[in-house]
Design a protein around this ligand. Structure first.
Ligand code: DAT
Ligand code: MG
Length: 151
């Protein structure tokens, strides 16, 4: 089963969207295997967004992501990396499909609600940045047989 790193960004936490966003992933059928509320350091934010260092928006991205608590999570399930990106929608909320998380809740590129890993390799790297191995839990849900035809 795949795992993806999903982070509810400070704007969405402040706006009280945490529960609704978590609910979308639960209802889809994905399993929450790690979660913490945390205010991320400049150092962690830099490592997380290292690919964007040097770009004109990097400094404002750092200020935004470190400005208030975020909810860091790991979600597990079939093809969760690509599917979570579809559920999240385009980077620019104005271009995100209606019904996607960014399309539903956001308008500004610099306040775009949520992060989701863009590949399996990114997911692995990001999960390791935010969580100790023992913080990512392995457990079964009794409903799994109703979400997957084959275990
Ligand atoms: P995503 O978050 O969809 O993976 P990304 O990795 O390209 O998008 O960029 C990371 C974040 O940086 C993004 O969520 C918002 C911000 N960002 C990206 N491109 C930007 C731009 N052109 N202007 C301002 N902020 C931008
Ligand atoms: Mg990205």
């Amino acid at each position: 089963m795949e795992r993806s790193f999903i982070m509810i960004k400070p704007d969405a936490v402040q706006r009280g969207l945490t529960g609704e966003i978590i609910s979308r992933f639960v209802k889809k059928g994905y399993k929450l295997v790690a979660m913490k509320l945390m205010q991320i350091s400049r150092e962690l934010a830099t490592m997380h967004y290292t690919e964007h260092q040097g770009k004109p928006f990097f400094e404002s991205l750092m200020q935004y992501t470190t400005s208030a608590p975020v909810v860091a999570m790991v979600w597990e399930g079939k093809e969760v990396v690509a599917t979570a990106r579809m559920m999240i929608g385009d980077t620019n909320p104005l271009q995100a499909a209606p019904g996607s998380i960014r399309g539903t809740y956001g308008v500004d590129l610099g306040r775009n609600i949520i992060h989701g890993s863009d590949s399996l390799a990114s997911a692995k790297r990001e999960i390791a940045l935010f969580f100790q191995p023992e913080e990512v839990l392995m457990y079964s849900l009794t409903l799994e047989n109703w979400m997957y035809e084959q275990g």
